[in-house]
Design a binder for this molecule. Structure first.
Ligand code: HEM
Length: 398
């Protein structure tokens, strides 16, 4: 390995795979200095055990302090405005501030809650497959299936009008682009806040049966308007961007592995294990949130001083031979659920039960409906510089 690489380098892959330098790092020293996109040095942590250690110890590795450094703040944003934009963003806080927000939402995302939602998700999936069939091939699996399904689900759950999807989908995909200049990011954040501010005001005047209504009714006295807006924006973005990219990229991965897709078609009861394996193998969230050490700490034999930035590569950790045998191979029979695709510890993905349920419903329905589904292009457009990896389009026929 040569000089300190710029961090977005590790976003690049050949279709599904993390860049080879990451495996070299993981199987070699395990940790190294990199320069973040905004020119600040950070430690890049790559092994499964070390990433779990970092994520599992919020007292040693603080999300909140990383935010305090203001690294992602546009020069055009005042301290006051930055604080307002950060309100309610669970990932930007440590316990106990984080715990306070997380507790209000945990009951809404339990596996049990998701079971109740499952029939509606089935219906939404069926409607979209019907529409694809009516129109006939070719179709864009992203625009016609992978993006609208989780978008509609999170809209109904939260209480966001689905009619507004074009605007919020466009804004979300832009805000996740790490190559976006900071001033444009700030403008997008303002737009998100203005949009959600209106929905929060409406929910306050007349709280509905959705999640926003519940937050207003049950926690309205404890949450500021900025916090309500922040929570809702995080759920809206995280709720559709992630699952939609898993659905499209996951379909491509299955189609590129005929033995694996054949097995899943023949034995659809393997879906739960297949979903876990796709999550592990694809690691669409390449890295965890930046953290700052609160004290001197040792990782992979390297002593790191207090106040230094640490970033974990989930993509490399999920392909660690310490986690899975022959980790580069996609094997839907593994059934490993202790991968790090949803993170780990206090910030472990709140929406994991929802995402799993959506995928468990959507993948088998798609494969059943179109037994000869195939990709009809050689030129795929990957979101190489997005916080959430995936595809911009996936032309398919059947
Ligand atoms: C946190 C991945 C779906 C809401 C996270 C984290 C990861 C992740 C890696 C932890 C980040 C960190 O600690 O730095 C994924 C993947 C998904 C998915 C791969 C889909 C396959 C969802 C959905 C929702 C959601 C559907 C919402 C409904 C959240 C929230 C957090 C989070 C609110 C922050 C939790 C906290 O700070 O306590 N997700 N996510 N995610 N996710 Fe997801």
């Amino acid at each position: 390995m040569t000089e300190t690489p710029v961090l977005p380098l590790y976003m690049r892959r050949d279709e599904f795979n993390p860049i080879p330098e990451l495996a070299e790092l993981r199987d070699g020293p395990g940790i190294r200095k990199v320069t973040t996109a905004f020119g600040v040095p950070a430690w890049l942590v790559s092994r499964f055990a070390d990433v779990r250690f970092v994520f599992g110890n919020p007292d040693l590795f603080s999300n909140q302090r990383a935010q305090d450094l203001g690294l992602l703040r546009s020069p055009g944003l005042s301290e006051e405005e930055n604080k307002r934009l950060r309100a309610g963003q669970m990932l930007a806080f440590d316990p106990p501030d984080h715990t306070r927000l997380r507790r209000m939402l945990t009951p809404e995302f339990t596996v049990r809650r998701m079971r109740r939602l499952e029939p509606r998700v089935h219906e939404i999936v069926t409607d979209h497959l019907d529409a694809m069939q009516r129109t006939g091939p070719p179709a864009d699996l992203v625009a016609d299936f992978a993006l609208p399904i989780p978008s509609l689900v999170i809209c109904e759950l939260l209480g966001v009008p689905y009619a507004d999807r074009a605007d919020f989908q466009h804004r979300s995909s832009r805000v996740l682009d790490v190559s976006l200049p900071l001033d444009q990011r700030a403008e997008l954040q303002r737009e998100f806040r203005a949009y959600m501010g209106e929905l929060v005001a409406r929910a306050k005047a007349d709280p509905g049966e959705d999640l926003l209504g519940m937050l207003v009714r049950e926690h309205g006295a404890d949450l500021s308007t900025d916090e309500l807006v922040g929570i809702a924006n995080l759920l809206l973005i995280a709720g559709h961007e992630t699952t939609s990219n898993m659905l499209s990229l996951g379909t491509l991965a299955l189609l590129r592995h005929p033995d694996q897709v054949g097995l899943l078609r023949a034995e659809p009861e393997r879906i739960d294990a297949a979903v876990e394996e796709l999550l592990r193998w694809l690691s669409i969230v390449h890295t965890g949130t930046m953290k700052v050490t609160t004290t001197e700490v040792e990782i992979a034999g390297q002593t790191i001083g207090a106040g230094e930035l640490v970033v974990c590569t989930l993509a490399a950790a999920n392909r660690d031979p310490a986690l899975a045998e022959d980790p580069e191979r996609l094997d839907i029979t593994r059934g490993l659920a202790n991968h790090l695709a949803f993170g780990h510890g206090v910030h472990h993905c709140l929406g994991a039960p929802l995402a799993r349920m959506e995928m468990r419903t959507a993948f088998p329905a798609l494969l059943r409906r179109f037994p000869d589904l195939r990709v009809v292009t050689d030129e795929l457009d990957f979101r190489a510089f997005s916080v959430v990896y995936g595809l911009r389009a996936l032309p398919v026929a059947w």
